[in-house]
Design a protein around this ligand. Structure first.
Ligand SMILES: N[C@@H](CCC(=O)N[C@@H](CS)C(=O)NCC(=O)O)C(=O)O
Length: 210
């Protein structure tokens, strides 16, 4: 199995954090990680378009030579393939809540943060767009407030004591925010404390470069 990725980009980073967290829990999935240099435009070259016709990273090559193109589908595949100590665990209700939180973060925060980062200081050289940035920041407020409320019971991680895919998804996007020198967390002490705690984890230290 091969993960085509690039450091810094949130969606590949989410998968890289997931793989590192699983390794910390004792599951080495034996995945080769290969960099696609998006700054050089390698994600748009024919070689990568075979892996992912949408020209995005990550792409994940299965042992049968087929590819998975969506970060959460890659994680779900690995959960099914290596079920011991999987991250989506517990009762059907526990899993549903964990998936719910991950989707809320991905759709209501990671997407807007990606757009925001490119609008204020794009690593891919996109033009600055202050109006779009302001609108995206506004769009994030409800979900940021929601996370601050979720953390109100002093849970160490987003779904409780144990790491979840939601932690990986949020940490990947916040790394992107640091890289573009944007701070979108506002006056949310519990969220800031979670961010600091998460970054102390061995998996985070191994994967996050910014
Ligand atoms: N829904 C996809 C999104 C993939 C995606 O948009 N990846 C970004 C990096 S985080 C990318 O490749 N951007 C380059 C581009 O769109 O040109 C996933 O979750 O994997």
């Amino acid at each position: 199995m091969k993960l085509y990725k690039v450091a810094l980009a949130p969606n590949p980073t989410k998968v890289m954090l997931y793989i590192a967290e699983r390794a910390e829990l004792g599951t080495d999935m034996g995945i080769e990680q290969i960099t696609v240099n998006t700054v050089k435009g390698q994600h748009r070259e024919p070689e990568h378009l075979v892996r992912n016709p949408f020209g995005t990273v990550p792409a994940f090559e299965l042992d049968d030579g087929t590819f998975i193109k969506e970060s959460l589908a890659i994680i779900q595949y690995l959960e099914d393939k290596f079920p011991d100590n999987a991250l989506f665990t517990g009762t059907a209700e526990d899993k549903a809540h964990a998936r719910d939180l991950e989707r809320i973060i991905d759709l209501r925060l990671a997407g807007p943060m990606g757009g925001y980062g490119h609008a204020v200081n794009s690593p891919l050289g996109y033009p600055k767009d202050p109006e779009k940035a302001a609108q995206l920041l506004e769009n994030m407020q409800k979900a940021l407030n929601y996370l601050e409320d979720v953390l109100a019971d002093d849970r160490p991680l987003l779904t409780g004591d144990r790491v979840s895919v939601a932690d990986c998804t949020l940490a990947a996007s916040l790394q992107f925010m640091r890289f573009v020198e944007a701070d979108v967390m506002g006056e949310r002490p519990r969220l800031r404390a979670w961010d600091e705690r998460y970054r102390e984890r061995p998996a985070a230290k191994a994967v996050l470069k910014w």
